[in-house]
Design a protein around this ligand. Sequence first.
Ligand SMILES: C[S@@+](CC[C@H](N)C(=O)[O-])C[C@H]1O[C@@H](n2cnc3c(N)ncnc32)[C@H](O)[C@@H]1O
Length: 420
Amino acid sequence: MSDIGELAARIEANTRIFQDYLKKHDLPMPSHEVKFDQKPSTEQLPDDVAVAQTTAIEDSYELRNLLMGPAGSMLDASSELKALSLQFILRFKIHKLVKPGETMTFEEIALKCNLDALDTRRLLRMGMAEHIFQEPQPGVVAHTAASQALADDVLLASWLDMVVQELWPCYSKLVDSITKYPGSEEANQTAYSLVHNTTLTAFQLWEQDPVRAARMGDGMSYWKKSPGFEPEILTTAYDFSNITTFIDVGGSHGFISIALARQHPHLKITVQDLPATIKSAKAQGFPPEDVRDRVSFMAHDFWSTQPIEGADMYYFRLVFHDWSDEYCCRILRQLAPALIPGSRILINDACVPPWGLSSPYQARRLQAVDLTVKCFSNARERAEEDWRALFRKADTRFKFLAVTMPTKSALALIEAEWSP
Ligand SMILES: C[S@@+](CC[C@H](N)C(=O)[O-])C[C@H]1O[C@@H](n2cnc3c(N)ncnc32)[C@H](O)[C@@H]1O
């Protein structure tokens, strides 16, 4: 519970720390204006400044809700309407239509998109109220920093496109899906399957639709580029001195394994993924020359028995968060025949903090991810006790070791040992 006066004072103090740092290092001040000569971003802030920035964001969110009052904050639909305007902009690629530094009228945009001019204006002005585009003169549309970022950063645009076209319609069907399929752990009994009127899983649907699959792939690349996902976090946070054979299950193009092989030359690594992914990795020249003697690629479906027996470590990064407990147990059980006493299982995935320890702003983000994976595949985000329970449920011969949270990491290391 916070007092609005205290919140305001804290916001002021933390904003000043952030602002002073920007001034001192001649970095651009936050603004909605497009800056084509933008200096390097502020992502590399020192820890104390980053904490000040985050705290100011969290406190402003709380202050805003308190100032609006209980009814006012519930009635505020700004994020839904921001998603609506983004859906419109991204569907018709208006961020690309308006060229950098130029302008277009609402009528010109409507004509190019084969749309009604009044509807175009209404939807764009909704975005403008959120600083996505601006109207420098009546009837004229120009970029802001946000709309220009959509045009400049293809991966950002793909991520948001995936959110507003694929995901956002699912939220409105989640209550229907949990009513229709109470407690279901099946990946095809979801809000996503109701929206798309299909018995396929989202993954199967993407496989059949190259445009959707590409948008999803690019969107995921954007997400994985964000701070906290850097491969160096794993390569330096874990002591690999007792590990020689390392299997990266569902390892895609070996992004983590390649970094790991460079950092730890003694490791012998196999990246496993579905045949199509392995084929595309090899076609793109993976693994690179410098680690080719230590990193190999192998097609393996994790719903079938693990073919590499007795490896020191089986590693899963961002695999379990796609699946319900029932299916995660199946993945773990398919490992069992290959394991020898002491084999390690290392899961690199989110571990949510106990409820009540996060700020409302953080809690909102964590719940959003949890509900998003629920919508897509009936998966879930897990807290430490959920990870422990998962290994116990899969097979009592898994000995749960620990959950550790490397500094500045978005993902935890969840470790177990085969101990028959
Ligand atoms: C969210 S991605 C994570 C990729 C990689 N571990 C990373 O952290 O960048 C999930 C991966 O699981 C793979 N996958 C999905 N189903 C699979 C299966 N049945 N067997 C093996 N891999 C699978 C996907 O192809 C994809 O590469």
